[in-house]
Design a protein around this ligand. Structure first.
Ligand SMILES: NC(=O)c1ccc[n+]([C@@H]2O[C@H](COP(=O)([O-])OP(=O)(O)OC[C@H]3O[C@@H](n4cnc5c(N)ncnc54)[C@H](O)[C@@H]3O)[C@@H](O)[C@H]2O)c1
Length: 273
């Protein structure tokens, strides 16, 4: 499948924790298309060790950074630019975390300190990242910045909890910052709203299997896998999407625009007649 679509392009990928991570699959796909990568993750995630394996495989240096810390982001971008000997063409923000989700707190009984932490990690970190890139003039013209989102930003999913609000905020930051990045630097900013996917973050959501099956039976093309998401992100980093910006791009096999599917009707029974 590789066509060297990203030959000569350089960028940073956040969030590869293990082989299931969407960021892991994306790093592999970007590498296969000729892109050069700096990998990063939170220092605590580094200790789990798996990212080193990916770094070796795709010949990418790994620079730890907590995405909520401006100093870490500043050092990361400085070091990445020094490594590449110039500016960046793409950045993937593939970061999400809710302590309320992790600890099974119900949405009607949230711990608001945990909410604030999850909001900072999952949404505000995207602003901090883009502000760092913008101020350091780190992006080449026609560069592409992507963050990953979920449809719970627009529709209610009872167990997605405070992550739904974090994703709504994340998508809004993409539009707000994307305006200035477009006007001032000719850089595009979009979010990709991905199908439910079995990753460490995904598995933390109560009842994910139920969501996953429901989405699979609803979407005319079935759920998009992490590999599908990686391929879509490659296209969004390539020169074939230069005028796409400020969008939340549903990448979900059509799930977002289906009312109900015949499979779901059949699964619920034929009715009373
Ligand atoms: N899995 C799904 O069902 C699904 C669906 C739609 C969108 N997404 C989104 O995709 C993105 C990637 O998640 P994933 O499913 O690949 O799970 P994952 O658990 O593999 O990735 C989440 C990453 O966030 C990183 N992270 C957490 N706190 C951080 C911090 N302070 N600084 C830097 N990095 C930090 C983790 O170390 C991890 O690598 C997230 O934004 C997630 O919300 C996931």
């Amino acid at each position: 499948m590789a066509n060297q679509l990203l030959k000569g392009k350089k960028g940073i990928i956040f969030g590869a924790l293990d082989q299931e991570s969407i960021a892991w699959k994306t790093a592999e796909a970007v590498h296969a298309e000729g892109g050069e990568i700096v990998l990063t993750n939170a220092p605590v995630a580094m200790r789990m060790g798996a990212i080193n394996e990916l770094g070796e495989k795709i010949n990418a240096p790994i620079i730890p950074a907590d995405a909520t810390q401006l100093e870490d982001l500043d050092a990361l971008v400085t070091q990445a630019m020094a490594h590449f000997g110039g500016k960046l063409d793409f950045v993937l923000h593939s970061i999400g975390m809710s302590i309320n989700v992790r600890k099974g707190k119900h949405y009607t009984d949230l711990n608001h300190e945990w909410l604030t932490k999850g909001w900072d990690v999952s949404a505000v970190s995207f602003h901090k990242l883009m502000q760092t890139l913008y101020k350091k003039d780190a992006m080449n013209e026609w560069g592409s910045i992507i963050a990953l989102s979920y449809i719970a930003a627009q529709r209610t999913f009872p167990n997605y909890n405070d992550m739904a609000d974090n994703k709504a905020y994340l998508e809004s930051i993409a539009r707000s910052f994307g305006y200035f990045f477009g006007k001032d630097k000719k850089v595009r900013v979009n979010t990709i709203s991905q199908s439910p996917t079995l990753t460490t973050a995904g598995k933390g959501v109560k009842g994910l299997d139920g969501f996953l099956n429901y989405a699979e039976k609803t979407a005319p093309l079935g759920n998009a896998t992490a590999e599908d998401c990686a391929a879509y992100t490659v296209m969004m980093f390539s020169d074939y999407s230069r005028k796409v910006t400020l969008q939340n791009l549903f990448h979900d096999g059509g799930f977002s625009f289906v009312g109900v599917s015949q499979e779901v009707i059949d699964a619920l029974g034929a009715g009373s007649e």
